[in-house]
Design a protein around this ligand. Structure first.
Ligand SMILES: Nc1ncnc2c1ncn2[C@@H]1O[C@H](COP(=O)(O)OP(=O)(O)OP(=O)(O)O)[C@@H](O)[C@H]1O
Length: 511
């Protein structure tokens, strides 16, 4: 770390101590005292953001304070990411104001942790904490920097971690805390954790949430964005729900999950369509057959997928179970064994990580939905563009992709709507087998229901479906049977229809 950076950090710490000294002791610990007299860190007044004609944030008034642990919730497209980008300074507002810090006091700053965390796996914890502009020499020998690292680790409850540990040796939850500590060390008093728990196993997500709460108790404003309501209900101090760019609910204390769902689903269809499992062995014709296949950690694995049935695939984060799904889809080839697909059958796949593997980010919704399906509209070597556009638009309507304009660049859609558009691509050419990895990752409760209805209908129409998911609600709502992959990549068990409910409740309870 360079001297300038070190001095800036020391100044920042002095400022923070001065502010902390001005707080009542109970405020700092977040104990019994109210947060209402704590320092204001975010103040939005009539905050409005328009994209062209579309109003993403509409006259939002919101005040956040030091020490608060806030859940920022809302359906896909509600405006959460827009608020985060404004906090982060990535975009400017169209009207109103956003102030970080209170009037008459030093400005606060905000930082955002996204799913990719923005850290370096091959560097040590200390390097990750202090890496940045101004770092001019190796600092591992400098005791002051080690002390700083230890202080930062303590802030996020990781005092037991040695600053020299390589980042890759930490769990995902621990890494997220390093990202939190890194922001705090740079002076960010408002720390936004944006859907970071989406890729964590349940138990680790809860562990992380408790540690983030601890960081809030030490003075940070921690804002957590998630679509998994069970993660935040009963764990945060305050619930702020956005719907259509407005604050639809802002409440401290305890709020029931159903009440949150009610607010978030306002005006949307709440009927839950769940798949009726047939029971027993799947009866439809075999569409894909895996015989003793193995790749990476997976195998040997033998499995058949049948017309009209939904096979669930589950495993822990270390099992590599998505690879089994990618084998079925033909996305990866087996090292050993054989994958046999019924002649003439098209197999398509929705990858687990939409951002990295799924979308063509600079392209339109239409491009993203049609990609890989052009044969469907090709006659005598020419693509019938008019037909393609009509069918893509119709599919977008069926999947309720918002906005309806398929000429929009896909990354301007909210996460859930991007997911639905990709689902549209996967089914555009009427495949005989569809492999869906984490189909509801990052989608809101109402969109989740829409996706369940859509997948159920797909199977009812005869498609062989595989749902590879770490989300128990996906498996409980959709699967006819669940193939469970153990941590060594082997089939641990096959849960039939009668055992699914018990299996999913048990796994949910175990975390
Ligand atoms: N760059 C952009 N251009 C046009 N419209 C945009 C742009 N970015 C976002 N929008 C629109 O603004 C609205 C709010 O989007 P935003 O991404 O803030 O929602 P969100 O609540 O974060 O959703 P999700 O939970 O799905 O991530 C959506 O209708 C979205 O389509």
């Amino acid at each position: 770390m360079g001297p300038e950076q070190l001095m800036a950090m020391q100044q920042h710490r002095r400022d923070r101590r001065r502010r902390e000294a001005a707080m009542a002791p109970g405020d700092r610990t977040g104990g019994e005292s109210s947060v209402s007299d704590q320092r204001v860190t975010v103040q939005c007044r009539g905050l409005t953001k328009k994209y062209g004609d579309h109003t993403a944030l509409d006259k939002v008034d919101l005040t956040l304070r030091a020490g608060e642990f806030v859940a920022l919730l809302g359906p896909n497209g509600a405006g959460k990411s827009t608020l985060i980008k404004l906090l982060d300074g990535v975009i400017a507002c169209t009207a109103g104001s956003l102030r970080l810090g209170s009037e008459g006091d030093a400005a606060a700053s905000a930082g955002v942790i996204h799913q990719d965390l923005g850290l370096f796996d091959d560097m040590s914890v200390a390097e990750n904490l202090f890496l940045g502009p101004g770092m001019s020499k190796p600092f591992l020998s400098l005791s002051s920097e080690y002390r700083s690292a230890e202080e930062m680790l303590e802030f996020v409850g990781l005092s037991a971690v040695d600053p020299r540990t390589l980042l890759r040796d930490l769990s995902l939850g621990q890494r997220a805390l390093i990202a939190t500590a890194r922001l705090w060390s740079r002076g960010a008093e408002v720390i936004v954790v944006d859907e970071v728990t989406a890729s964590l196993p349940r138990a680790e997500a809860f562990w992380l949430i408790e540690h983030l709460k601890g960081a809030a108790r030490k003075g940070a404003t921690v804002v957590m964005v998630t679509h998994r309501l069970e993660e935040v209900v009963g764990h945060v101090d305050r619930y702020v729900v956005f719907v259509d760019g407005k604050v639809a609910l802002d409440e401290g204390g305890h709020v029931e999950r159903d009440a949150l769902v009610e607010v978030m689903s306002s005006g949307r269809n709440k009927a839950l369509t769940t798949h009726q499992s047939g029971g027993g062995e799947p009866r439809g014709e075999v569409v894909v057959e895996l015989t003793d296949v193995s790749v990476n950690r997976i195998g040997p694995l033998s499995l058949t997928l049948h017309e009209g049935s939904i096979t669930g695939l589950y495993g822990s984060s270390v099992s590599g179970f998505h690879d089994a799904a990618y084998l079925v889809a033909g996305v990866i080839r087996p090292r050993h064994g054989r994958v046999k697909v019924r002649p003439g059958t098209k197999v398509t796949c929705l990858p687990a990580h939409r951002d990295v593997d799924g979308t063509f980010p600079d392209q339109t919704v239409e491009f993203n939905m049609s990609m890989g399906n052009s044969n469907r509209w090709r006659r005598l070597g020419l693509i019938n563009l008019a037909k393609m556009r009509d069918e893509i638009s119709a599919a977008a309507v069926e999947l309720n992709v918002i906005p309806r304009n398929t000429d929009a660049v896909i990354t301007t859609l909210s996460g859930g709507n991007q997911q639905k558009a990709l689902l549209g691509r996967v089914v555009a050419d009427q495949p005989g087998c569809v492999v869906l990895c984490e189909p509801t990752r990052g989608v809101d409760v109402a969109t989740r229901r829409e996706i369940y209805s859509f997948v159920t209908k797909l199977a009812q129409d005869g498609c062989a479906v595989m749902v590879a998911s770490s989300d128990m609600e996906d498996l409980a709502s959709l699967a006819d049977r669940i193939v469970v992959i153990d941590d060594d990549g082997q089939v641990e068990s096959v849960i039939d229809a009668d055992g699914i409910e018990e299996f999913c409740s048990l796994r949910t309870a175990l975390g």
